[in-house]
Design a binder for this molecule. Structure first.
Ligand code: ADP
Length: 729
């Protein structure tokens, strides 16, 4: 937070400081150097002007003629003196004008006391080849350095003397020193350099020459550059900026300086301001960070910590912020969430316990496996089923605990197959070696991504006991049916004997009783046959003999057999189809049993005046037989159970309808064993249509069946057709 606030502030300040200070420095230096340059120009032009004035005076005709006259002794020096004096008066800067003869004698001077005195050689020195010389030198008369402009004076084009214009340097320098425009410490000094690079002027604001020299030297005048400036320390020990310029005529140097403190004052003010702003900003940022931390970060961290503890299941802690703002509301929401989570978790706990109780009270074994196939939970029945403690089951791979068999083959169950898959007739063996006959329901949960979450729920319904009971029941029914058969056959035989014995006159009512008894024995015989059929089917001992059977002929035969009952019930019974050559592979007795059953049912469940029609058609590789009646029909809800054992729609003691509910069950078994199908369409009160399909006779299949020989009860289950199967389960 601090860094986020401070770094940009520092950056902006640094950039602002660099930009503005460089701008200000440039401006100050420009000002300094341009002042120096303008002072340089000023003094240059002043000196040039003075030199021109000197030249002009030297070339002045009246001066030259007065000098000529004087040298020829034709006139006194007074004319010259007047001319010089006039010049001095008209040019107040000039302190003294001397006219010196070629031999060095002062011809005349505005300082009259000098006349006829001998001047020193360097008082009137002009380098060879030059007309005039400008320099600074000491005036022997008063010992003060002055500006000397010496110009040769000619008379009639012959050198006749030297004219000295002597200026007080103060006056010269004062002309440029009036104003630098550089503030209070801005100052321009002018110095003359001799060959030793020694400063020799000017006592401007300084007391003595010696002080001046030292002080000017401190300004580094000798390292002056025309364009630039230097930083130096002046005689006061102050840091100064100095711009120096040469003044050609006089071999002078002009230096403009300003105290660095003053020159750089805006920059320093800027720097100090920026530092102050920075300090204030930093303090503000620190204060803001502290505020932010105190008012935002700390409570948010607290909320995060409490949320984490909720995530770990500790709901005892509460966020205690006592604030009315959004963070306070967030804290309250977290508290509410914690409270609700606590309730949810408690609720889930109790539901889990309940579920555990329910699971454990289930008679079925129920367990769940995770993605890697490990059992992650199992109920008590699983432990009972496998004869293993629950902790020997949970955590183990499912394939280590359960191996599935169907008869003798091992079966691999795909536990990841989507949806719910039911596997019947499976066997598994517990640790004690006992085999359990089971039904397996494998339900894959969809959408479970977590590898440790239950992925598949497996329910094992142990059918071992019910199968044993079923077998006992089948055994009993089979035994009872067999036991009933012999006395029934005897009863029937005797009744027929009585009925048909010749020569015995039987009273008509007795005859009627005997016929009733015969009918009942026939019905009872049918029932016993059905029961035996069922037991054979259930035990898998129903054997079928494959023959080439003419379906058309058999149907017609069945119709003619049922004709009497139909007529008796005032029903029309018709056949619609080919009369012969509709061959199928079938066990003739069983097939006829099915046809008879369906015709008899149609007659039985159709009221007098109705009709029953049997049709035979050929479709693709199968024959389709339809038994259509206009009878009482079957409710839709009953259709799914119609082909199960002992199921009767119109049964019941008071219905007056006799039957066992076995006919359709047996028919379905037989038809499926023939590789066919049976189904029903019905509308209550309007009639029913039972449809059977049977594959058309096929020579190769017929040969194969014969080659296969007698089907045996131990053949593998599951094949449709001629092998034995137990379709009851
Ligand atoms: P059963 O006729 O001996 O009762 P089935 O197995 O042959 O036994 O028939 C089962 C039940 O199906 C019958 O009890 C009857 O309610 C119903 N059913 C069979 N065929 C018909 C049909 N053609 N019309 C109406 N109901 C029928």
């Amino acid at each position: 937070m601090l860094a986020v606030g401070l770094v940009p502030t520092l950056l902006v300040s640094a950039i602002a400081y660099a930009t503005i200070s460089s701008e200000l420095t440039h401006k100050t230096v420009d000002q300094l150097t341009s002042t120096a340059s303008s002072q340089q120009q000023k003094i240059n032009s002043l000196l040039q002007k003075r030199q021109e004035e000197a030249t002009k005076l030297a070339n002045q005709f009246d001066l030259q003629s007065a000098l000529g006259a004087y040298l020829n002794h034709k006139a006194s020096v007074s004319d010259i003196y007047t001319i010089l004096l006039n010049k001095k008066v008209s040019t107040p800067d000039i302190q003294t004008i001397d006219l010196i003869g070629l031999d060095g004698t002062i011809i005349t001077s505005t300082v009259t006391t000098n006349e006829n005195k001998k001047a020193k050689t360097d008082d009137y020195f002009v380098p060879t080849g030059q007309e005039s010389n400008i320099r600074v030198k000491e005036d022997a008369r008063d010992g003060i350095d002055k500006l000397y402009i010496t110009t040769k004076v000619s008379v009639n084009k012959n050198e006749a003397g030297y004219l000295n214009l002597i200026f007080r340097i103060d006056d010269i320098v004062a002309a440029i020193q009036d104003y630098t425009g550089l503030g209070t410490t801005g100052e321009t000094v002018v110095a003359a350099k001799n060959n030793n690079n020694d400063i020799s002027l000017f006592p401007l604001r300084f007391n003595t020459d010696a002080a001046l020299k030292t002080n000017l030297n401190s300004l580094l005048l000798y390292v002056s550059t025309e364009a630039g400036y230097q930083q130096a320390t002046d005689y006061r020990g102050h840091a100064v900026l100095v711009a120096s310029r040469s003044v050609g005529f006089a071999d002078w140097v002009i230096a403009t300086k300003i105290d660095a403190d003053e020159a750089l004052a805006p920059i320093i003010i800027l720097r100090n301001s920026l530092l102050a702003i920075l300090a204030v900003m930093s303090m503000a940022i620190v204060a803001f960070s502290l505020y932010f931390t105190r008012f935002f970060t700390t409570p948010i961290l607290r909320i995060a910590e409490i949320s984490k503890s909720y995530g770990l299941g500790d709901f005892s802690r509460q966020v205690d912020l006592r604030r009315d703002d959004e963070i306070g509301q967030l804290g309250d929401s977290i508290n509410t969430m914690g409270h609700n989570l606590h309730d949810y978790v408690a609720n889930i706990e109790s539901q889990r316990n309940r579920l555990q109780v329910i699971l454990n009270s289930s008679a079925d074994s129920i367990f769940a496996i995770n993605k890697s196939g490990d059992i992650i939970l199992a109920n008590a029945t699983t432990s009972t089923l496998m004869q293993l403690p629950i902790n020997h089951i949970v955590g183990k791979p499912v394939n280590n605990i359960f191996t599935w068999h169907s008869d003798i083959d091992q079966i691999t169950i795909d536990y990841n197959k989507p949806g719910t898959n039911i596997y019947t007739d499976l066997q598994c063996t517990d640790v004690a070696g006992a085999t359990h006959y089971v039904k397996l329901i494998v339900a894959k949960l969809s959408g479970e991504q977590d590898a440790e979450a239950p992925q598949t729920i497996i329910t094992i319904h142990d059918e071992t006991k019910s199968r044993e009971l079923e077998n006992m029941k089948v055994d009993f029914v089979s035994m009872a049916a067999h036991e009933l058969r012999t006395p029934l056959a005897a009863t029937r035989g005797y009744l027929e004997l009585i009925s048909y014995k010749q020569g015995v006159r039987i009273a008509p009512d007795v005859k009627n009783y005997i016929n009733q008894a015969l009918k009942s024995t026939a019905e009872l015989g049918g029932l016993i046959d059905n029961l035996l059929g069922v037991t054979r089917i259930e035990r898998g001992t129903l054997t079928l003999q494959p023959h080439k059977v003419d379906l058309a002929a058999n149907i017609q035969q069945a119709i003619s057999n049922a004709r009497f009952s139909a007529t008796d019930k005032r029903l029309s019974l018709t056949y619609n189809g080919p009369t012969s050559h509709c061959y199928v592979i079938a066990d003739q007795i069983s097939l006829n049993e099915v046809i008879n059953n369906l015709i008899n049912n149609a007659i039985k469940y159709t009221n007098p005046g109705g009709s029953v029609e049997v049709t035979l058609t050929h479709r693709d590789q199968e024959y389709v037989i339809q038994f259509r009646d206009t009878g009482i029909g079957i409710p839709k809800s009953a259709v799914p159970n119609l082909f199960t054992k002992f199921y009767r729609v119109h049964g019941g003691l008071n219905s007056g309808s006799t039957g066992t509910g076995l006919g359709l069950f047996i028919s379905k078994s037989i038809i499926e064993r023939h590789g066919g199908t049976i189904k029903v369409e019905s509308e209550e009160g309007r009639g029913s249509t039972f449809t059977i399909t049977i594959p058309v006779f096929n020579e190769q299949r017929f040969a194969a069946l014969h080659a296969q020989g007698e089907p045996s009860a131990t053949n593998a289950r599951g094949d449709r057709g001629w092998t034995t199967q137990n379709i009851a389960r």
